[in-house]
Design a protein around this ligand. Structure first.
Ligand SMILES: Nc1nc2c(ncn2[C@@H]2O[C@H](COP(=O)(O)OP(=O)(O)O)[C@@H](O)[C@H]2O)c(=O)[nH]1
Ligand SMILES: [Mg+2]
Length: 254
């Protein structure tokens, strides 16, 4: 069983990709279970098999603690850890190859607070993969792209499990734009050129060293381009995940 966590900034496409990935698995005859960890999810684009909202209700938290929606999100994030054992039991009652986790809308709630790390460890860090989502709108500019690389590096440091970088919603990008972003992810000279074109005053030596340091933290690996809307690239995520834990062997079809 592989635990696949989709993590990324608000609106980067985590929920959509969770639905698209589970749908793709089903179409291939593979088995996958979806877990929604976002108590604030609205109009979920899939029906979660396991849903944190069965344990944690934002409205109840707001009433009980006298806080607004943002405060409730923070309390809810901390409450994740309290429900881990029960969720784990339910998830393990499924006989499945993949458990796909849709994480809270606000990435830092899952990445920086204790409970996210606690949950990933409790569910088995040694069979986990993090899919880090690059939002295409932010990735368009070199400064936005580098900011996301920094976030990716911080997620990687925090969880310390194998990592897949994913560029989402590629149907919104022109072909050249998509290729440009993918190139930046592997060719730091190109990225350095681009950031200097955007920020002429930045010192070159500094940025090359900086980008190399990022690389050593797991950022700067090849990015997998996907579109949840058109189902493109989903198979590449699956193949990469299989490569990480099963040496590239396919699952048996059920
Ligand atoms: N065009 C397009 N829009 C997408 C795609 N994936 C997600 N979206 C849209 O992006 C917005 C945020 O997606 P969502 O999955 O809720 O992001 P989350 O906040 O990270 O869970 C929604 O309006 C989605 O319909 C995609 O592949 N293509
Ligand atoms: Mg979501």
């Amino acid at each position: 069983m592989i635990n696949l966590y989709f993590i990324g900034s608000a609106g980067s496409g985590k929920s959509s990709l969770t639905g698209a990935f589970a749908g793709w698995m089903q179409n291939q005859g593979y088995d996958a279970v979806t877990v929604n960890l976002d108590p604030g999810i609205e109009n979920a684009p899939y029906v979660p098999d396991v849903d944190i909202r069965d344990w944690i209700k934002l409205r109840d938290i707001m009433q009980e603690h006298g806080v607004g929606p943002n405060g409730a999100q923070i309390i809810a994030a901390d409450m994740l850890a309290l429900n881990t054992n029960e969720m784990k039991e339910i998830i393990e009652s499924y006989d499945t190859d993949y458990v796909i986790f849709d994480t809270p809308g606000q990435m830092e709630l899952f990445v920086l607070r204790q409970s996210g790390k606690y949950l990933v460890d409790a569910f088995g860090a040694d069979r986990s993969i993090i899919g880090f989502l690059y939002d295409p709108v932010i990735s368009r500019n070199p400064s936005g792209f580098i900011s996301l690389m920094l976030q990716a590096a911080s997620v990687h440091v925090r969880f310390n499990v194998p990592f897949i970088s994913i560029l989402t919603k590629t149907d919104l990008l022109a072909d050249e734009e998509r290729e440009k972003i993918l190139k930046w992810s592997t060719d730091f000279m190109k990225l350095d050129d681009a950031i200097h074109a955007e920020r002429p005053t930045m010192r070159s030596q500094l940025s090359i060293e900086f980008l190399s340091a990022l690389k050593s933290f797991g950022a700067g690996q090849k990015i997998v381009p996907v579109s949840s809307q058109y189902g493109s690239g989903i198979e590449d995520i699956y193949n990469t995940a299989q490569q990480i834990y099963h040496g590239g062997e396919d699952l048996s079809k059920g």
